[in-house]
Design a protein. Structure first.
Lengths: 197, 197
């Protein structure tokens, strides 16, 4: 694991927020995934995009390629994912994403992931055991405080110390209790919606 | 014309920035148009989307419908367009857009529009005279200052006094000499690119 000690977390740190668009479950369609490049918690500097399959196993590779092929890649200091599953149960292997990009990865969710429910759902999918192993290897979700002491979020991390993740989340949560790169990635990905016309 | 006197231009004013995505000229394809809702010059609050035809004549209707069908509509106080033509020469009738939505409209360009060149290009298109009349009726582009005294932009307006447009442009140009809703709409629309997979 590439473990970075971000001793100098600067306000203009470049953070990528990644989220997926809308899709119809259990179909064989492609789902839009966007990455929004933020400079600190204020300025949107770029948009990356890719597509992944509903319930597929291509999220890690596709998101890694989206990032490494981008002109923003060298400046990115943290990748934030809206959870660890995209487009249904297309699971992101955060350790592999960290290794492939050399950039720390933090998953963020408002609710504590219900691992028992996820485990049950995976039993009905191809490669269910592989998906479950990837989720488990990401580690147990940790509770972190965001900008308000009362607001909790849950994170899994790869390549970054928890206390660095905490600091980055705090000062990128400029508008709400969700880091701005993720709040905006959600608005953009869900707003663009399906790719079909 | 619905001419609003925005005597109380507040920092949290909701502004929609509209821009189009990439497209291949002279094809019969649909082009993505996005509207980015900003609260003042800092916070992205929403995304609207529609599609229009390359060199078509549906931009005014499609953009008006995109706005009036949105939950953001009632809060929007200004529509900013990245120029008056979208998807090639799909011209927006800004007076009609103002009338259809009840919201003031401001087109913004960095360069002074070259009307002679546009006129020549329109001669080769169906409904060239109609397009030319719409452009002319939007009025001569006015030069305005943005946040830096040295940086000029050019605007055409419908339903808003020039000095109100000037004030709104100044305090929404928080990151560059282009109002933030338009800077971000450009990044999103061009980043999403073509709709085809």
């Amino acid at each position: 694991m590439v473990l970075k000690n971000l001793c100098s977390v600067k306000p203009e740190i470049r953070v990528l927020g990644v989220d997926d668009g809308k899709f119809v479950p259990h179909t064989n369609t492609q789902v839009l995934v966007v990455g929004i490049v933020f400079r600190g918690g204020y300025w949107l500097d770029g948009l990356l995009r890719t597509t992944i399959s509903v319930d597929g196993i291509d999220a890690t590779d596709k998101i890694a390629s989206m990032i490494t092929s981008s002109s923003h890649c060298k400046q990115l200091q943290v990748i934030m994912l809206n959870g660890i599953t995209f487009a249904g149960f297309n699971v992101v292997d955060i350790k592999m994403l960290n290794k492939a990009t050399g950039i720390p990865v933090v998953t963020v969710t408002r609710e504590k992931p219900d691992l028992a429910r996820i485990h049950d759902a995976l039993e009905n999918l191809p490669a269910g055991e592989l998906r479950w192993r990837i989720i488990n290897e990401a580690g147990a979700p940790s509770e972190l405080e965001t900008r308000d002491a009362g607001a909790k979020i849950y994170v899994q991390t790869a390549g970054i110390h928890k206390d660095d993740a905490q600091r980055i989340i705090r000062f990128t949560s400029t508008r709400s209790s969700i880091p701005e790169p993720l709040r905006v990635a959600h608005i953009i990905a869900s707003g663009i919606g399906t790719l079909a016309q």
